[in-house]
Design a protein around this ligand. Sequence first.
Ligand code: PLP
Length: 459
Amino acid sequence: MKTIIEPFRIKSVEPIRMTTRERREELLAAAGYNVFRLRAEDVLIDLLTDSGTAAMSVEQWAAMMRGDESYAGSASWYRFERAVRDIFGFRHILPTHQGRAAERLLFTALCRPGHVVPNNTHFDTTRANIEATGAEAVDLVIPEGWVPSAQHPFKGNMDVARLRALIGERGREAIPLCMITVTNNSGGGQPVSLANIREVSLLCRQHGIPFYVDACRFAENAWFIREREAGQSGRTPLAIARDMFALADGCTMSAKKDGMANIGGFLATNDDRLARVETDQLILTEGFPTYGGMAGRDLEAIAVGLFEALDEDYLCYRITSTRYLGEHIARAGVSILQPPGGHAIYIDATAFFPQIPALELPGQALVAELYREAGIRSVEIGTLMFGKRDATGREQPAAMELVRLAIPRRAYTQSHVDYVVEAVAQVFERRESVRGFRIVEQAPSLRHFTARLEPKPTA
Ligand SMILES: Cc1ncc(COP(=O)(O)O)c(C=O)c1O
């Protein structure tokens, strides 16, 4: 059969409130043309993020009813620990309220000023947590990973030659750990091959550098390995995931992605001494080591969700439906970051609106148009998010102007996806009439969350 179907049926529905174009126009203006300021109930299709937005299964809800809320040694903790160890295999598992808490524990234990931490591409919280320790975060993805139109089956791979050169230049002592992010979210949700993980692991071992995986989308990465890597077809995503983690010394995980949960995460390591230091810090800021920042019921939802994320029918539907969205948008003539990634489609806003200069925020113009046209919420990943002032105080644009359509897990159906395709195509048809924006109010950091904008007047 060619038709992709959702491998589930719907038992509990959450109504979407329809709005008119006129009403959305008013809401957009009241929100200062910043969709982070909208109420979720005024959004028809919410593609702001795939993090913490999954629909849980009947098995997860059932498991939550079993949640043991004992402060110490709850049965839920032991079920969580068993599930995590079964897949990830590490000796020590520290529960945390979400991924960035695991990052903070890991980096504060290992990083100091003068240190450098390589990754294929650091996610923004990863980079921020490294930089908060005074260390430097460097991105070493392969050259294709920097070019939106470049095709490569594993565009998230680490550039091993550059990693080797970095170790040669800075020396092992300056590199407290090396990371690899699967899939590479900041590079478009692109996968990393098992061969590349093996090469990086080997190089790190030769130099005695601990090697960690940022595991948020490990199941989607395992699926891409099975589909694209020689010798891997027919293997189960679980077997591939185990191989990935057997090559590492530990991992950080946000269970809000491939944990299929609405909150939660963990840090894992094979290093006994480090685990002791991290556990002391965990108690200080997250909670007792058998719950971290989570309720017993959250631990239960994750213990079930991790295995559901590895289900072959689910992964086939997940990756195929993301690709479907990307291919149909591209077929309408819109440039997207190629090839479609696992959890999101990224539209090239510079190509979409060539008449809007980067400093007039073409990505944000597209975000606003998608909401105005069809009530779709997306996110700008461009100059509004990453623009910086230079030494003279002049605004410098970001490297790329992208708009991300992130797909919540199991939450939307094929007809929702078709609706998004239609909306993007309609905005594309009238693209020449769209204007850019001017920022009228902004915070000194992370301005995209709260900024207020106004449309540039017509010339
Ligand atoms: C690759 C990656 N690492 C880390 C994180 C941080 O996880 P959390 O949002 O749970 O703190 C995210 C979240 O989007 C991510 O995509």
